[in-house]
Each structure stands twice: as C-alpha cells, then as structure tokens.
Design a protein around this ligand. Structure first.
Ligand code: URP
Ligand code: ZN
Ligand code: ZN
Ligand code: ZN
Length: 479
C-alpha cells in the first residue's frame, strides 16, 4: 500500500518546504520535490492513495511524553483508559504517547511494569511507550531498574512530593540517580517539596480554607524552586541526566537555566496549562453549578501559578530560549461528578490532574498564531524534541525516509472550538473540559499512524489495537 501526500508544506524542526511525501506501508519512503515525478516517472499515478495537502502543513505526528491513562490516584483512577485516551490523542494529532508505568509502595518494579503492559496491550489507537515510576526505592528496585533498558524503558520518574504515597527521600533519590548515571537512563523528577506542602495543606484546612484555590496557595512556587534546585544538585553530584516534569514556576526555570549554562545534562518540560491558565482565573473560578468548587477542574500538581507573578510569560519565554525544551500534557483526567467531587470541603482530596492529551498540538499551534513561537519551534517542542529526549528519534519526531509514517496534515485556515458539547471538539472520557471556550485558528485535518489514515476530517477511521508498544533507546538529547 503506497500513499502520496502531495502539495503540502512539510514543516520540520529546522525548516519548511513545499514537498510531497511518499509512504510505503508503515514507513516514509521519500520526501520529494513537489510535482511527484522522479526522473520523468509520475509517482502520483503509481500509488494507491493520493492525499492533497495543498495549503496545509505536513508535520511529524505529535509525541506526548507525559500521560497517565487509567492511573489509580487519589482514591480513584484517571478516567481515560488506554483506548479512550489514545483515540482522543489521535483526534488531536498526537501519534505517540509515553505513559507512566507505576511501581507502587511495596510492589516489585517488574510487576508494576507488567500491569501497565496488560492495561495497554491491544487497546491503543496510536503507538505507545512507557516511563517507569519508582514509588519504592529499595535495593531490589535499584537492581531491577538496571534491566529496564532491555525492556525498552529508558527513563524513570521519582517524586519529591506525595509523602507516604510516591515520595522518595534524598537518600533514595541519590541512590536511584547513581543507577541513572551508570546506565544512561534519564531521571525524571516531580520537583515539589512534599513534606512542607503537606504542613501548609493542614494549616490551610484548619483555617477553614477548603476551596480548590488553596491547592495553589499550599503548593507555593518556593517549594518548586527548592525541589528543582535540590534535584539539580543531586544530579550534579551523581552525574545523572535529569528531566524535570511539569515545570510551572519561573523560579524553577531560573534554576534549570543556570544548570544548563554550566553544561549540566538538565532538561524540562512545561505543559499547556502553565502556558494558558492561571491560579486567579481557573483555580479561583466559580460557577452556578459548583460555586467556588468549580476550580477543582484545574487542580493539578504542580499547580496553576499566579498570572500576576508572571509565570505564564516566563514559560513562553523559556520555550523560545530553550531553557525549557518541550511541552507534554501530563494528561491525567478526572470527572467532576464522582471523582473531583471527592474533595468537596477539602481541596487536598481532589484527585490531581487535567485532561489535555487531545488539545496539545492545537493549543501550541495557537502559540504560533499569537506570535509566541515559530512554526518550526512548534514542531520541535511537540514532536521532534520529545522523540529525541526519550530515544524515539529517527522512527518518530521527523519526516524523513525510514521514519514511521506518523504524519499530521494541519490546516492553518481551519478552526477548532474546544469544549464539551455540540459543535465542539472533545473526545476524552471526562464530564467537562478544562479548555472550554478555547478557540484555535487551525485544525487537525488528517492523521496517519504508521501509514494508516486514522483521522480524516471529521471521521475516525482507526481501531483499538492499531497502536503498538515501542521500545525506546537512550536519550538522543544529551549534551
Ligand atoms: O496533577 C498531576 N500532575 N497529576 C498526575 C500525577 C503527576 O504528578 O504527574
Ligand atoms: Zn508529577
Ligand atoms: Zn504526571
Ligand atoms: Zn476535525
């Protein structure tokens, strides 16, 4: 089966050009000068399918390196399964996710990983890979971690937050980072000072401050900056490559930039919520239905930051300067009814997370329209860098011969109204949208996953099980 995408503008991390893309089976066979003829031979007449991408961008499919499908968390579980979440991702132009397999306290690492394979296998719409959460750093875990690269898992996440659940203390972090330095695996860090945050939570609740807004007050930026600095220093001492997840505080970015300036292998992602949403506007929102509990829709950690303090502005700036290298969603959806509402009267019981896997490509494209980032930078931070960062590049994150034919045709003249309900775009398994009312001056037109058209205009043509597990190599982004 051969497909030709013709007349489009192929956009990569390094430039754009009018070109035709020839796909043979699941793989990109050639990127050709427009006109689709090779030494006088008319290619268009020899393929099975021709897709006209005139006036549209042809980009490598999105790589979302941070999702939590079906994650058990806060007394419930993230509401998207691998089936519903990856289908929504496909609708939004993301063709690979890296989800987090979880080792819980007392569990064996490989058992946690096996559970994640069971959840995902045969259910995904797009290709998927795993990071490994290490929720219990013991001698056994440290030993098991050394065999993760053989399983195609080349990164693990530690938590400096959530004491008694996922948190590792500094000694445990130090030992895990030594494994990271030895093996080349990336250490990923949830950098917030959990013990101090827990004291602040308790004190706020004692003062009767129980609304979602106080989730943001309790998780102060100082505790993100402090933990980010501590993680950087531990990585410096051990030689571990470090990737800080869901960065939201401008002061944390300053710590990251300082480490990078002296040549340390320190990287970071931010998420759409920290680029577009704020503590005042969303965490502090009220509605007729929920009153001040409306803000629960946006309870996530790290929290939405104060717009007045300039964090949002700093996040966009950091994406331009490469102090922050990429954008992932931290997709972790919960419904308001039956999930988020567990925290009515106590913000600390609201399950943490926002659903965005479907909207990342669109939201960041709006950043292009708004003049925040260039078209090429859009492709870089949503696809190419995530692929390089986590050892997928060559197959993913690029349009070149030999790469998987994961391709998005994006229409800059289209329009996307994000939101829950009639005439709007939302395929995630949630009873609300955290992005209600967002209007995007662009539209995901066609999505190919390893050569198969899975989204064609307003039609979903994919099927459960289209997506395969992808073994990753070591990071291709290290200095
Ligand atoms: O609020 C969040 N981020 N939920 C998902 C778990 C995590 O820490 O990434
Ligand atoms: Zn986290
Ligand atoms: Zn997360
Ligand atoms: Zn559409």
């Amino acid at each position: 089966m051969k497909t030709l995408i013709k007349n489009g503008t192929v956009v990569t991390a390094t430039g754009r050009s009018l070109a035709d893309v020839l796909i043979d089976g699941e793989t990109i066979a050639a990127v050709l000068a427009p006109g689709s003829s090779l030494l006088g031979f008319d290619i268009a007449s020899s393929v099975d399918t021709v897709i006209d991408a005139g006036g549209k961008y042809v980009i490598p499919g999105g790589v979302d390196a941070h999702t939590h499908m079906e994650l058990p968390f806060g007394g419930t579980a993230a509401s998207d399964t691998f089936e519903t979440g990856t289908r929504a991702a496909a609708w939004g132009g993301t063709t690979t996710i890296i989800d987090f397999a979880v080792q819980t306290y007392g569990q064996r690492v490989m058992d946690g990983l096996a559970t994640w394979h069971q959840k995902a296998a045969g259910n995904c719409a797009i290709d998927y890979a795993f990071h490994q959460i290490i929720g219990d750093v013991t001698d056994d875990s440290l030993q098991a971690m050394r065999s993760l690269p053989d399983e195609g898992i080349t990164s693990f996440k530690l938590f400096m937050a959530y004491p008694g659940v996922f948190m590792s203390d500094d000694a445990q972090i130090f030992k895990a980072m030594q494994v990271s330095a030895d093996t080349g695996m990336m250490t990923m860090m949830h950098a917030e000072n959990g013990p101090v945050i827990d004291v602040m939570v308790k004190q706020l609740l004692e003062q009767g401050k129980t609304d979602p807004y106080y989730h943001g007050v309790a998780r102060a930026w100082q505790m993100e900056e402090e933990a980010t600095h501590r993680a950087i220093m531990l990585a410096n001492l051990t030689g571990a490559p470090l990737y800080v997840v869901h960065v939201s505080a401008k002061q944390a970015v300053e710590q990251l930039a300082a480490a990078r300036d002296v040549g340390q292998n320190v990287f970071a992602e931010t998420c759409p919520q920290y680029l577009f949403l704020s503590m005042e506007e969303q965490l502090g929102a009220t509605s007729d239905e929920w009153g001040a509990f409306e803000g629960a829709k946006w309870v996530c950690s790290t929290p939405l930051r104060s717009k007045e303090e300039g964090h949002q502005h700093a996040m966009w700036q950091s994406l331009r300067t490469n102090d922050v290298q990429m954008v992932s969603t931290d997709h972790c959806p919960f419904c308001m009814k039956g999930q988020k509402d567990l925290g009515l009267g106590d913000f600390s019981k609201i399950p943490n997370g926002i659903g965005s896997v479907e909207h990342r490509m669109d939201l960041l494209y709006q950043g292009v329209v708004d003049g925040q980032i260039s078209l090429e930078r859009w492709v870089e931070i949503t696809s190419t860098t995530p692929a390089r960062m986590f050892g997928l590049y060559g197959k993913k994150g690029v349009i070149q011969p030999g790469a998987d034919a994961d391709i998005v045709i994006y229409d800059p003249n289209g329009h996307t109204s994000i939101g829950y309900g009639e005439g709007k775009t939302h395929h995630m398994n949630m009873d609300h949208s955290a992005w209600e009312g967002f209007e995007i001056d662009g539209h995901v037109d066609t999505v190919l996953s390893r050569g198969k058209v899975v989204v064609d205009g307003n039609q979903y043509l994919g099927a459960k099980g289209d997506g395969q597990f992808v073994k990753r190599g070591l990071s291709q982004y290290l200095i």
